[in-house]
Design a protein. Structure first.
Length: 124
C-alpha cells in the first residue's frame, strides 16, 4: 500500500498520541448549518467576523438566505415588507454597480413568497 507524505504525518502523529484527549474527542460534530455544503465557510466567516470583507453581492446573498431569521422578531406585515423592499433595493443597486472579479448573481426576493413564509413562521 502506498502511503503519501500527508498520510504518513497523520499516522505518525496518531502513534505519538498527538490526537489523544482533544476537546470534543468521541463526540459528534455540532454543525451550525448541517444542510449547507459550505457549512465550514459560513462558520469560519462568523467565527472570524469576516462579514465586512465579503464582496457586496456575497453579503446580499447571505442577507437573502437569512431573511426569515431577520424577520423573526418583526410583528407587523408593513415592517416585514419594508425590510424585504430594502433588501431588494440593495440587490438592485449591487446589480447596477460595476463588479470586479467574477460576476456573482443575486436574485431578488419574491416579496409575496417571503411574506407567506414569514406568516407561516408566525403561526407555528
Amino acid at each position: 500500500m502506498f502511503e503519501d507524505w500527508v498520510e504518513r504525518q497523520i499516522r505518525e502523529a496518531a502513534e505519538r498520541g498527538a490526537f489523544d484527549n482533544l476537546p470534543g474527542a468521541g463526540k459528534p460534530l455540532r454543525l451550525r448549518y448541517p444542510d449547507d455544503p459550505d457549512w465550514w465557510v459560513r462558520s469560519k466567516i462568523e467565527d472570524e467576523h469576516l462579514d465586512a470583507v465579503l464582496p457586496a453581492p456575497l453579503t446580499l446573498r447571505r442577507a437573502k438566505q437569512d431573511i426569515l431569521a431577520t424577520l423573526a422578531d418583526v410583528r407587523d406585515e408593513a415592517t416585514a415588507r419594508a425590510i424585504i423592499a430594502d433588501l431588494n433595493d440593495r440587490i438592485r443597486a449591487a446589480m447596477a454597480a460595476p463588479q470586479s472579479g467574477p460576476p456573482i448573481v443575486v436574485g431578488l426576493l419574491d416579496a409575496e413568497e417571503t411574506i407567506a413564509a414569514w406568516r407561516a413562521s408566525k403561526s407555528s
